[in-house]
Ligand binder design. Structure first.
Ligand SMILES: C[S@@+](CC[C@H](N)C(=O)[O-])C[C@H]1O[C@@H](n2cnc3c(N)ncnc32)[C@H](O)[C@@H]1O
Length: 217
């Protein structure tokens, strides 16, 4: 797990954010929700902790259900070498995410393992079949506050015992989903070492608007 890879990714998506803000595309309404990217810094810290604590199996497929511009799957594959797939409904945003993956591969961030993006609806089995996989093969499902009840229901109905559901939202408590067991909210992640200036790493506090809730089938 390399800080250097994370810094490449963070800097790349900071540039993306700047450009998209100037084009007024940083937040966009799509036919199925709203595209707004999650904080890479926050998700990096929680992923690292969940892998260390053996909650996430880094050899199992990671899905971002509603993958937007692809930053979370790039984090999973580029920094943690987790095989990942992203499913995004909006074709233009999905195309953008494939472009980012292509550019990050040129920067050698996604050399060995890189994310695969499907354009489609994460609620439908055909979307996964189109990628040659079965929904039940996915080990970890991430969702950033987008039709979360429906993906939680799909996991409860179709995934094997032990499948992990990571829901990031703005609630400090984890809502209940039938068929899934709530495990914890990553409240304890409040401080991290900011290495954006490698000469001068500092202790910083995370943006606490986000909360990541962990569930298991
Ligand atoms: C809040 S954004 C999160 C983007 C990304 N996961 C991140 O954290 O940076 C949610 C995205 O999910 C997509 N989405 C919502 N419902 C969907 C569905 N049923 N199938 C596929 N994509 C969906 C939206 O189009 C939007 O781009």
């Amino acid at each position: 797990m390399s800080n250097q890879s994370f810094e490449i990714l963070r800097a790349y998506f900071e540039g993306v954010d700047e450009r998209e803000r100037s084009r007024d595309r940083h937040e966009q309404t799509t036919d199925v929700g709203v595209f707004v990217p999650c904080s890479l810094t926050y998700i990096n810290v929680v992923l690292q902790k969940l892998i260390q604590d053996r909650v996430i199996d880094p050899t199992a497929i990671f899905l971002d259900a509603g993958s937007g511009d692809g930053r979370i799957v790039c984090l999973a594959s580029g920094v943690y070498r987790i095989p990942s797939i992203g499913v995004e409904y909006d074709p233009e945003i999905a195309t953008r995410s494939r472009r980012h993956i292509g550019r990050l591969r040129k920067l050698s961030l996604l050399d060995e393992i890189y994310p695969i993006i499907a354009t489609g609806d994460f609620r439908r089995d055909e979307t996964y079949e189109g990628l040659g996989i079965n929904f039940g093969e996915i080990g970890t499902v991430f969702n950033f506050a987008s039709n979360q009840r429906e993906i939680a229901h799909k996991i409860a109905m179709q995934s094997p015992e032990g499948t992990v559901f990571l829901l990031c939202d703005f609630n400090s408590y984890g809502e209940q989903f039938d068929g899934l067991r709530f495990q914890r909210t990553m409240e304890e992640v409040e401080e991290y070492i900011d290495v954006s200036d490698p000469e001068n790493p500092t202790k910083s506090t995370l943006f606490q608007n986000y909360h990541l809730h962990v569930y298991r089938k």
